[in-house]
Each structure stands twice: as C-alpha cells, then as structure tokens.
Design a protein around this ligand. Structure first.
Ligand code: SF4
Length: 451
C-alpha cells in the first residue's frame, strides 16, 4: 500500500537541510508521497529505507523503460482508472511490425514510413515510437541482420525483439548494445530461459500468455525469479477479448494491487484483423483503454495521424492546460509598420491564431499574454485578461520599440474592452479584430495603420 507523507517523514533524517532541493523534510515527504519527486533525491537516506519507500510509493502499474538515451520509450507508471481522476502518465506506444519473412522492399518501406510520418501539432511532435522485429523462420542470422538494419535505419526507434527462441533473441539483443530492447516473450515453456536472458542483458521482458490465467502464472514465475521490468500480452486476439483483458489488468492492478498484472500490456491489432481500417479501429479502442503498446502491421498517414491525435487527447493532463510562453512572436518577418495583435496563451488558441496569420502571409507581431492557459473569454471572465493587465504587459513587452504606429488589434470577443483599454494604454488605438481566427487572413490583408 502507498505510504502517506507522514509515514515517509518518519523514515527521513529530519535535518531540514534543503539539499534535496526542497526546504524541509516534511515538504519533501509530501512530494514523494504524491509521486512528484524520488526518495533518492535525499542524500542522507539509507539504501534500506530507499528500497522500502521506493517499493511502497511505486505506482501500481510499474514504470518500464525501453531503449536508452533521448529516444527512451517509457510505459506504465499509471495510478488511476480514469483520466479525470488524476491523469494518464505515459502515452501508448505505437509500433510497426517488420519480420524476417518480409522482403527487403517491404521492410525498407516500413522503416522509411517510421522515419517520415511525423507531425507537429500544438508544439508537440507526433510520431510512432517503436519497431517490432519478428523472427518468423527461426533463422538467428537473418534475425540479427534485420535487427542491425532497423538499428541503422531508425536510430530513434524503441525496439521490440520477438522470437520464441532464447538463442535467437540473445543474438539480436547483443546487436542492440545500449539500445535495450523489449524481449518478447516469455511463455510457459521458455519462461526460465527468457528470465535468465532478461537478467543478463538487463532488458525488459514481455509475458506471452495464451489467456489471462496463463499470463498471470508466467508473470508470477518471472517475479519470483527476481524480474521487475515486465510487460504483459494476455494472448487476446479479438478486439472484445483485448479490450476486456486490458480493463481487467488495469482494474486488478489499481484496485486490488495485484502484482502479476501490475504492468503495461502489449497488444497486437496487426494479428486481430487483415483489414487496415479495422486494424486502425482496434488500435484506437486499445489506445483509449489502457494498452501500453499497440503493434500495427504497417504505418500509413491516414491511419497513423488520427491515432496520434487520439493519443495526444487522452494523454494530456486534464488538470493543466497546455500553454505557450508569454512573449512577442514575429510571424512572416514583421517590420515597424506591421500589425500588432494580442491573444491569450492557451496553446490551442496560439496555434490556431498564429497558423491563420502565417497562412495570410501578412508580416505581423503576435503578442501572447500569460492567462494561465485559459482561453480568451474564460480568461477575461476570470480577471486574467483585463484591460489593466493587457496594458501592463504591452508596456513591458517592448512592442513600442518594434513598431512606429500605435494600433493594437484585440480579439473580436473582447470588443467591450475597447474603451477601457484605450484609457489604460495612452496613445494607442484599439481595433477590434474578427471573432473567428479563420477570418484573420482577410482582415489582415485589408489592415493599414491609422494615419
Ligand atoms: S535532503 Fe533529506 S534531510 Fe535534507 S531537507 Fe531534504 S529530505 Fe530533509
């Protein structure tokens, strides 16, 4: 059971020295209990206490890392059943399958699509995360050659090595070096040998069950062997069964603290259907309901992009709006006679407004005022986007040194603020912009600074 802050405090040295970066031991204990910092940040805690607190404050779904360095893929770390209760921590990994049974052109195409199908939305890079490399004919040399091809072709891909043969996986793992792959998988027949390989190579290991009971039995065996970094495949190969198993595993881990299922699941939409659109639908169901990884048969933009957007929506923190930094943004190379616009720092607003300005090709200055991530009207209603605050921000922004004119374009929804803002901003004329960002290009093309 998770420890409370007070229980953790009792085990701390209570020096209140601040070396952990937090002024008091009490505040530090509260942060550890909330999962906001690690017990290891206090240099005075013994290894024994570290282990005790670390285990007790660990999330019910274990955090597991695949790979190394900047491109490490992290899964698990989940603490709730529903996003609104807190937040979901680590987005579902999207993987594409390649196998030794495929021709070179097919493999090259998938690697190439892994590298090129990347999108930037609201300042976030959206892309697939992993490549699953499958041994489909028991040929260790061919498998290792394929692993090397993926390592060279996709340097930032997390790797999943799939074979029933321990020796084949061992050869592939050796080729991966520091890029620790996920080993798939430990079945009832090979669990001991796979456990030994995972221990020796320090790689995470996937349980490969035929059903939930089978997966639990294998997981218990691996836990007893001292392994900690696991993922679970319950063997479900219909969308109904995969969905039910994912929900069962998450509920068992969170509600009943059932250790054998306290791991992310790895799921295979690629083995559930041959129809690409149906596969996308299956993947979308499993992303929405708890899959740690979905393995797809291929990557195509029309399927991948909606899945990435779905994932982005589910894994943003519902308690913290996405924001951009308060600043003056120059768009299309503005000069001293370019229009000056202002809006809030809710990232969706920023990206929509800046996108429309960019599309208009009119050089412009866009002022982004910190409204704590609230949208225009909400921020105004909450007193975070009032005339006095806008005036204050305008003065400190330095925009007066960048333009010769004194005309500010405000969002159409804030029309009622015009008079008040003109009083606060002596010397400036306030122009009411359009209500909808989509009307900005036409508005800006017509705009001329007041004489
Ligand atoms: S470093 Fe340790 S002893 Fe010092 S304040 Fe932090 S928790 Fe307390």
């Amino acid at each position: 059971m998770a420890l409370t802050g007070i229980q953790i405090l009792k085990m701390l040295p209570k020096k209140n020295c601040g070396e952990c970066g937090i002024p008091t031991c009490l505040a530090f204990a509260m942060k550890v209990a909330a999962g906001q910092t690690e017990i290891g940040e206090c240099p005075y805690v013994s290894d024994e206490v570290k282990e005790q607190i670390g285990e007790a404050s660990a999330p019910p779904i274990r955090t597991v890392k695949i790979g190394a360095g900047e491109s490490t893929f992290t899964t698990g770390g989940e603490t709730c059943l529903f996003r609104h209760e807190k937040r979901f921590e680590n987005p579902t990994g999207i993987a594409v399958l390649v196998s030794t049974g495929m021709g070179d052109a097919e493999v090259d195409g998938r690697i190439s699509r892994f590298k090129t199908l990347r999108y930037e939305r609201v300042g976030v890079l959206l892309k697939a995360d992993l490549i699953a490399i499958k041994d489909s004919n028991g040929d260790a040399a061919a498998f290792t050659a394929l692993v090397k091809k993926v390592l060279d072709g996709a340097p930032d891909a997390g790797l999943i090595l799939m074979s029933d043969k321990t020796e084949t996986l061992k050869a592939g793992t050796a080729a991966c070096g520091e890029r620790k792959p996920l080993l798939y998988g430990a079945s009832a027949d090979n669990a001991e040998a796979m456990a030994a390989l995972a221990k020796e190579s320090q790689c995470p290991l996937a349980v490969k069950g035929n059903n939930v009971d089978d997966a639990v039995a294998i997981s218990e065996k691996l836990l007893a062997a001292g392994l900690k970094d696991l993922m679970v495949d319950t063997g479900a190969r219909t969308v109904k069964a995969a969905l039910e198993d994912n929900v069962l595993a998450r509920r068992s881990a969170i509600k009943a603290k059932f250790k054998p299922l306290g791991f992310s699941t790895i799921t295979f939409p690629c083995e559930i259907t041959d129809d690409p659109l149906m596969e996308a639908m299956v993947a979308s169901v499993l992303i929405a309901k708890y899959a740690g990884i979905v393995v797809l048969s291929d990557l195509q933009g029309d399927v991948l992009f909606p899945l990435l957007l779905e994932r982005l929506n589910i894994f943003t923190d519902p308690q913290r709006p996405m924001v951009v930094q308060e600043d003056v943004y120059s768009i299309n190379g503005p000069a001293e006679n370019s229009p000056v616009l202002i809006t809030c720092n809710f990232s969706l607003t920023y990206f929509i407004v800046s996108g429309e300005i960019e599309g208009s090709k009119v050089p412009s200055w866009l002022l982004i005022k910190d409204t704590e991530g609230l949208s225009v009207l909400t921020a105004w209603a909450a007193g975070k986007f009032g005339a006095d605050m806008i005036a204050q921000f305008m003065k400190k922004s330095g925009i007066e040194n960048k333009v010769k004119h004194r005309e500010l374009i405000i969002p159409g929804y804030l029309a009622s603020m015009k008079g008040e803002l003109e009083e606060e901003l002596a010397g400036w004329t306030i122009t009411i912009g359009p209500r909808e960002a989509g009307h900005l290009p036409a508005f800006l093309k017509e705009w001329k600074p007041a004489a």
